[in-house]
Write a protein that binds this ligand. Sequence first.
Ligand code: F6P
Length: 475
Amino acid sequence: MAHDLVIVANRLPVDRVKGPDGKTTWRRSPGGLVSAIEPVMRAHDGVWVGWPGGTEQRLKPFKDDGLALVPLSMTAEEIEEHYEGFSNGTLWPLYHDVVAKPEFHREWWDTYVKVNRRFAEKAADLAAKGATVWVHDYQLQLVPQMLRELRPDLRIGFYLHIPFPPAELFQQLPWRRQILEGLLGADLVGFQLPGAAQNFIRLVRQRVGHKTHRDLVYLPDGRTVRAAAFPISIDAAGFQEMAESEAVTERAAAIREALGNPKKIFLGIDRLDYTKGIYARLRAFGELISDGRLTVDDAVFVQVAVPSRERVEHYRNLRDDIERLVGRLNGDLGRIGRPAISYLHTSYPREEMAALYRAADVMVVTPYRDGMNLVAKEYVACRIHEDGALVLSEFAGAADELRQAWLVNPYDMNGMKAALLEAYEAEPKELARRMKAMRKQIAQHDVKAWADSFMTELEDEGNNHRKTLRPADRS
Ligand code: F6P
């Protein structure tokens, strides 16, 4: 069946899970993207193409809660070379300010091309005449061009969820031109921040040689491509509602109680990723205790580290480093029943996250580089009493919007310590002033507004492109 909207993302919005009875079922992924895209999918008779995780082959298209899903299988080698390799061993560190050293391997690139082609072919099969295809993220940057070659009648949008690096870094990539040309297959290329869109436009001018003007690229065939910022957000009302519920309120009180009702709780929730700055923030907190500025009776740091990409070496090393640090800090600074750090290596459902947000007095989000960081926004949405402090890295996309946070440079240990202490000591009036402003921002710019603005813009750009098509290619 042909669809008017095709969503193409590396992962499906559901995970394959094994129940206690050994049977496998599908469970909706917790991410905000799913709830953002869902209404758009329903409104446009959409279908979602993605990898279901694992190596299971020959999975059939299916429906989950009314959503049409098409699993695209990967072999063990493709997972190793496309997902773990080129996507997460080359592009991820390169696009995040080379916080870790990117590796460049020609076999990884070859498999990235192969997997991108399979996604493009599947999307081409599923799309109705003149349909809209929305491609997501760094794992699939070649899909727009491949798809346009197969189906010039389509309206193609691409959205990059992670940062797009400055030219000085991007230029290291041996396949830089192919990636830029891949993205130029889209009518609209969306980024988190205006700076990323500008980086892209500049690179297209320098490396591909196309004419550009402001946010537009002029291609030799007469087509134009627009590159612009669409900062992603969360379902703010949904989080607020959950935070207000009796179950979450009770659970938040139980969490405080279980932690020994300290004066203040610091909280970090991150995928266990080297871009997130977990190690440095725990060190800063540890130093505040060893300096005597905080005590373990008054304060505890709850760090939730969500397991991620565990077969990639950098990630395995990071886990070892962090867990060694936590052990050392607790051994040196903690007392019986009063650890300095309460460390949890696990993932939680949204309700438990909301309870943690409600329980925490100081939320600490200190990535070295982050496309947006939705945890910061979720914390704000859950602070229904307009209290609580947010300590936020200047290098997270969210810092552009959440200006009233305590903004920090995660490389500056003393600066980070000072901000943690200020946030800890802030008066309720000051907290309310800051939180009120941030809550207003989040309420007005939620994920629905994000999806709507991208789709509207894509429609406009697509119409523009269709004017340049030969009549035979038009729907
Ligand atoms: O932020 C980029 C992203 O790819 C998200 O889309 C995803 O939720 C997260 O990183 C984890 O990615 P994965 O487990 O698919 O590697």
